[in-house]
Design a protein around this ligand. Structure first.
Ligand code: GLV
Ligand code: MN
Ligand code: MN
Length: 427
């Protein structure tokens, strides 16, 4: 049934351009850091699209936005989606692709007059990136009940403001708790953000899982001193220790199998040319598909930080800000994605995601999987991020046909019951 149905690729391309104008940077990229006015404007745009497609709109207390398309019967919903927040110097495809392709699927079904057996929905999660407020994937963690509204509101961002104060200035969030909503499945279309698909000339990544992520925030306290007059052995140089940690992150990546370690945020105080740094604040992003290796990387990092800081007489405060285990996606949905790519006549390969995604959080709530499309040059979290309209259209067609099958039958996890079973209080 409906085998010849296809999305409208040029309409989807136009929508991506419209959203990219919100928070546009002169360099061609986008800045819609979570809970900023640009992020809110982006979510408003998506809400407007949902309403114009006749979807039932629900918004929860943190700003997750859901548009539901009823089926012939109520019951577990086949959900797709992603996010529209970006890193500060982001591209126009990371996240936006999955949300707008989901809406394009709904528009295609509307035009074809198709009603699925089960309801379908598009969800746009808030603060997937975590670049301004840690943890990342905050919206999906909230939906899954791992993070309460009080906890989320108390998070202080890189600009010193709290999530709570930003939410209070934002009329966007609602009070919906998705009560009575049954997540049948969650499927996320996303750009690969790495080089594999493009270098192998393959159109679709059938994502089988996501590697684990840990984010460690380190606050180092030494002593300010004169850069010319203070002998090296008398220094308590927080900048030196921070630099040594960045070097050690590279060593971990080389010495532990499949390990990635990155110091992506580093700020020094007072940050002046002729003053030994009194304070350093930095983050270490650790990723590995294997839990044990990820644990080893974290242990070795902590040992190194302790020893190096002790030798320099620098005090250390360490906080784990993100701890997400590696995830294996639902074999049935992965199989459907692969089969749909085959039926559509497009090349595909199975792969593991290097980047973090809401799908890895949702996998703890309902069967989940992802579809990847190529990233030009493997570049992402960069204003030059690019995926061709043809590749996005191809991914959206795989999304359409996988959703049609999931919408025909969907077992489902009742959200309220899941929260109760896991001893979690709803939001
Ligand atoms: C999100 O984009 C992440 O992988 O950090
Ligand atoms: Mn993303
Ligand atoms: Mn991202």
């Amino acid at each position: 049934m409906h085998e010849s149905l296809r999305v409208n690729g040029s309409r989807l391309e136009r929508r991506l351009e419209e959203l990219a104008r919100i928070g546009a940077l002169e360099s061609g990229g986008v800045c819609r850091l979570a809970f900023s006015p640009a992020d809110k404007a982006g979510r408003n745009y998506v809400e407007g699209r949902m309403r114009s497609l006749g979807l039932e709109v629900r918004i929860d207390a943190i700003g997750n936005l859901m548009g539901i398309r009823p089926g012939r019967e109520p019951g577990p919903v086949a959900v797709c989606g992603s996010h529209t927040d970006t890193v500060g110097t982001g591209g126009r495809y990371d996240g936006a692709t999955g949300v707008l392709a989901g809406l394009e699927v709904m528009e295609t079904l509307n035009e074809a007059g198709i009603t699925t057996q089960r309801p379908l929905a598009v969800i746009s999660f808030v603060n997937e990136e975590g670049a301004r407020f840690m943890p990342d994937m905050m919206g999906s963690l909230f939906v899954r009940g791992d993070l309460g509204i009080g906890q989320a509101r108390a998070v202080i961002g890189i600009d010193g403001t709290s999530v709570g104060s930003n939410l209070d200035d934002d009329t966007f969030p609602g009070s919906d708790d998705f009560h009575g909503f049954s997540f049948g499945s969650y499927l996320e279309l996303h750009i690969e953000q790495g080089p594999v698909l493009e270098s192998e000339g393959i159109q679709i990544g059938v994502v089988e899982g996501v590697q684990g992520i840990r984010w460690i925030e380190l606050n180092l306290e030494g002593a300010a001193a004169h850069a010319g007059a203070t002998p090296i052995e008398m220094r308590r140089d927080a900048g030196y220790v921070a630099g040594a940690i960045a070097q050690y992150a590279r060593r971990l990546s080389l010495e532990i199998d499949a390990q990635r370690a990155t110091v992506g945020f580093l700020s020094l105080y007072p940050n002046l040319v002729n003053v030994v740094a009194e304070q350093a604040r930095l983050t270490v992003d650790l990723r590995n598909p294997d839990s044990a290796r990820l644990g080893e990387a974290e242990r070795r990092l902590h040992d190194f930080v302790e020893q190096t800081a002790a030798l320099e007489r620098v005090r250390v405060r360490s906080e784990k800000r993100v701890d997400v285990a590696p995830v294996v996606f639902d074999a049935r949905i992965v199989g459907i994605v692969e089969a749909k790519a085959r039926v559509l006549g497009v090349s595909s390969r199975r792969m593991i995601s290097g980047a973090g995604h809401d799908a890895q959080i949702m996998a703890g709530l309902c069967p989940a999987a992802m579809i990847f499309v190529p990233s030009s040059g493997g570049i992402s979290h960069n204003v030059r991020e690019y995926t061709s309209a043809a590749d996005i259209e191809c991914g959206a067609n795989v999304l359409l046909h996988t959703l049609l099958e999931l919408g025909a039958s969907n077992s489902g996890t009742d959200h309220a019951k899941f929260m109760q079973f896991n001893g979690l209080t709803s939001f």
